[in-house]
Design a binder for this molecule. Sequence first.
Ligand code: GLA
Ligand code: ZN
Length: 683
Amino acid sequence: MPETTDRGARRLAFGGDYNPEQWPQSVWEEDVRLMREAGVTMVSLGIFSWALLEPEPGVHDFGWLDRILDLLHENGVRADLGTPTVSPPAWFYRAHPDALPVTREGVRFAFGSRAAICHSNPAYREAAARITTALARRYAGHPALAMWHVHNEYGVPVSACWCDTCAAHFRRWLGDRYGTVEAVNDAWGTAFWGLAYRSLDEIDPPRLTPTAGNPAHQLDYRRFADDTLRENFRAERDILHRLAPGIPVTTNFMTALSQCDTVDYWAWGREVDLVTNDHYLITDGRRTHVNLAMAADLTRSVAGGAPWLLLEHSTSGVSWQPRNPAKSPGEMARNSLAHVARGSEGAMFFQWRQSRKGAEKFHSAMLPHAGTDSRVWREVVELGASVASLASVRGTRTVPDAAMLWDWQSWWAQTLEWRPSEDHDARERADAFYETLYDRHLTVDFAHPEADLSRYPLVVVPALYLASEETGRNLRAYAEGGGTLVVSYFSGIVDEHDAVHPGAYPGVLRDVLGLTVEEWSPLGEGETVGITGPGGASLTGDVWSEFVVPRGAETVWTYADGPAAGRPAVTRHRIGDGTAWYVSTRLDAPALDTVLGAAFEDAGIDPRGELPRDVELVRREGDGGTHLFAVNHTGHDAKVPLEAPGTELLTGERADGHLAVPAGTVRVVRLDDRGGPGSGLGA
Ligand code: GLA
Ligand code: ZN
């Protein structure tokens, strides 16, 4: 029965992308009947419907969307209504072929897929504003409307365009940012290789060059491209805010570091009313649930710790990898509820009904080709009930144990040409540090390097090559104030223009780490170095070594061999009331765990060693109560200690002392309200 007509969903969201335009209207009745059976509360609609909504330039056909929205409303399903601006119609491109984007190599993409857009193109901008305005006018008051879904996944698959329109737009952007061409020349270091410009008019996008291009030029182009996408998001958002006040506006992010690296989500998180994210499991031999947890933690952090919403994931296999395995029984629910544990206000999928035609017909869906007599459908119905039982989670916040610094711009800088070693990979370092903390059952917030870190007992810094002076001051103040910092090599080296900070490495982090680095000596392919530490223990590093000179820091681990034999490998600096560790080689996760173990002691963190590997424990706290999520990714039943008694929400059973978490399942305990803080995980 309808239960969402108040426009404020009282439940966690459950549903998916709904593309009814693929199906005759006779199917729609079955869709809504099955949505009710599965407990669907919301669908994302109209994301790719421009060609249907505006079949001729300026001529709108809203009839089908009216009918489907009414039908959804009658069945208690709310709409996350798309602006279809990621998929302009064929007629638009016939009139404006220059709205198709151009690659760095100078090739213009063709119509025939989606997201082929030059975001600087004025005709595109006008057309997008017109269709957005028309939709907002028509549906602002529709009772099914829950929120607006602008565009789709800005930044993929096209992150930037190198056409002449973009070139002109880039020059304007440079003018706004730098004022004069002299300032650009100075920031970019164009004195090197004779790249000086006499006027902004001489500057082009960093198109294909015979050898390494100017790094600052390339870095600014990434910023420009990201800003340009955000200009277009803001333009649509402002129209929607004006014409449909009170309806939240979102656009679906893809925060997983393996899935979209082209936009700066710190900046995007500030622009949306609600952060939403899409997450897909990548089959690359690694532990997918760790990657999922990391993406969810990053999404929550981009939302400033506030609840967010998982807008897309898959019920089973995807269709765009070389090999696309089906999810195992129970895996979908574990994925969904692991996102909820880390702050999502529900679990949504791509897509509701599996397509028969088009590019994604082999991508799994809530209602698969196999129909309702299928494992996927039965698990979807079961998950719908589980999600419904978690209503008290709404509005609560995930509680972090530690923070990891992350900055997309620093990552961009580390992927530019001609670095000390092509084996160094900033993302790989972030993954390794995250995995180490995950395996200690610590919940991680990500933080911008200039953010206030004082609430965290431990802050790890995987590879922060590009770091501002403000970052240096921030990290020093954090450590002096009693924090424990762990910094990995190749951090603190350059400023925002990729210019090396004056003096010895590691630039802005010299003081806080109490050391300098005279020279790097990256290792050969497959080469390893031994390091020895407390009690004669030994560990192995690879990829990187360097010549560290302690200047206040103590040496805890020493290189046993390799180019830096006899020199410090891992150091510890007491500074103010805190401690700053430095790790100068690439350690794998077990070795990192050994080194981080000592930092946990400095930080006073109890890393829950008694819990089994691959059993996640995450807390959400707030007005709805304290919720403890236990996700068992293993094939064995597990037991989790409880500090306070509570009710397990998925089974309705009471839990006291210990919580049983059967193999492959999730359990969520709402701890009894004891009238104060402090209830929770047993020591
Ligand atoms: C992305 C898109 C969806 C769909 C899914 C699955 O997340 O937003 O439209 O293509 O991937 O492939
Ligand atoms: Zn362009």
